[in-house]
Ligand binder design. Structure first.
Ligand code: GLU
Length: 324
């Protein structure tokens, strides 16, 4: 039996670390509209990789709130699909396999530097380009030196050993236009697995987007800095990198990115205050330039109106007092 899978595939990949707020819904709506306009399958992937920060009740609330807002998805937790499972917590074996592949290529080393050492180097005036990386040349430790450190109960994180050649990445961001980055300089030897054994976001997101066949990623501009290294990892692991669109962030009138701190802008809080889903979608559509004035609307009524290239290239200030 043959299954028809749409060739274009988009996704929304939230982390269930707090109540879902307007900033999350903004990204979700834009990713959803992009997928629906392309006739793409839309995947919901729960990025609950970090056991210290993820909570099942936030994940459940998130699915409920997105549905309440009128968004839907073709594959995801609860409904399944051809790329199941859709919760990162259940995909750890796949990340371990990818790590083993990178190890075989000689691209992984154990780093015993303490967090304090790494932080001090990154914040020093002429620090290593303000990025976190190994400061004690751990990649050159012998087997014996490694064993000595492990015997002293030092648990290493695992880092990529970024080759210093051929690491220039170019891509056309669907929202921001052409972008180039020298990965070795910008990303350095980034972490693949933390010292506590949890796989890093940078590894997991590439394995997931790669294995799930994601072709279009619409996400916040705060992740633009991660894109070149992710594309590089896609190539090394044998995946075709998706197209990326980094959409502007919503910020409040003192310049803070909308986050869990803005408790009154959580979807649940807005609902409790009597604000309906179409009103919320209308605000978001207005900020995206899809409606000349906010008006109650359902997501399906906006399909066809999104033009990623015409979204603002800068953060969007919203008057948070005006809303509630
Ligand atoms: N899980 C990430 C977040 O919630 C998004 C990762 C991505 O879109 O690549 O910020």
């Amino acid at each position: 039996m043959t299954r028809t899978i749409p060739t274009a595939r988009g996704r929304f990949a939230p982390s269930p670390t707090g109540a879902i707020h307007l900033g999350n819904v903004w990204t979700a709506l834009l990713a959803w509209l992009d997928a629906r306009q392309r006739g793409a399958a839309f995947v919901l992937r729960m990025e609950d990789l970090d056991p210290d920060r993820s909570r099942p009740h936030y994940a459940a609330q998130l699915l409920h709130d997105l549905r309440w807002l009128g968004l839907d998805w073709d594959e995801g937790p609860e409904i399944g699909g051809p790329s199941a499972p859709y919760r990162q917590d259940e995909r750890r074996g796949l990340y371990a396999e990818a790590l083993a592949t990178l190890k075989r290529e000689g691209l992984v080393y154990a780093c015993f530097c303490t967090r304090a050492e790494v932080r001090a180097a990154a914040s020093a005036p002429h620090g290593i380009a303000q990025r976190e990386q190994c400061v004690n040349r751990c990649w050159s430790l012998s087997q014996r030196e490694q064993a000595e450190r492990i015997a002293k109960r030092r648990r290493p994180c695992l880092r990529i050993r970024m080759p210093h050649t051929a690491t220039s990445i170019h891509f056309d961001d669907l929202c921001r236009g052409p972008h180039s980055e020298q990965v070795s300089l910008a990303a350095g030897d980034f972490v693949l697995r933390r010292a506590d054994g949890v796989h890093a976001y940078q590894l997991a997101v590439v394995v997931d987007d790669g294995l799930m066949g994601i072709t279009h990623v619409v996400r916040g501009a705060d992740l633009l800095d991660s894109t070149a290294r992710q594309m590089w990892l896609h190539h090394v692991l044998g995946f075709r990198p998706p197209h990326f669109a980094h959409v502007p962030l919503l910020i409040d009138n003192v310049g803070q990115r909308l986050s869990k701190r803005h408790a009154s802008l959580a979807v649940a809080a807005l609902r409790a205050a009597g604000i309906g889903a179409p009103t919320i979608i209308g605000w978001l559509a207005h900020w995206a330039g899809l409606l000349s004035a906010p008006q109650a609307v359902r997501p399906t009524e906006l399909v066809g109106l999104l033009d990623l290239e015409r979204l603002p290239k800068h953060d969007i200030v919203i008057e948070t007092q005006m809303l509630v």
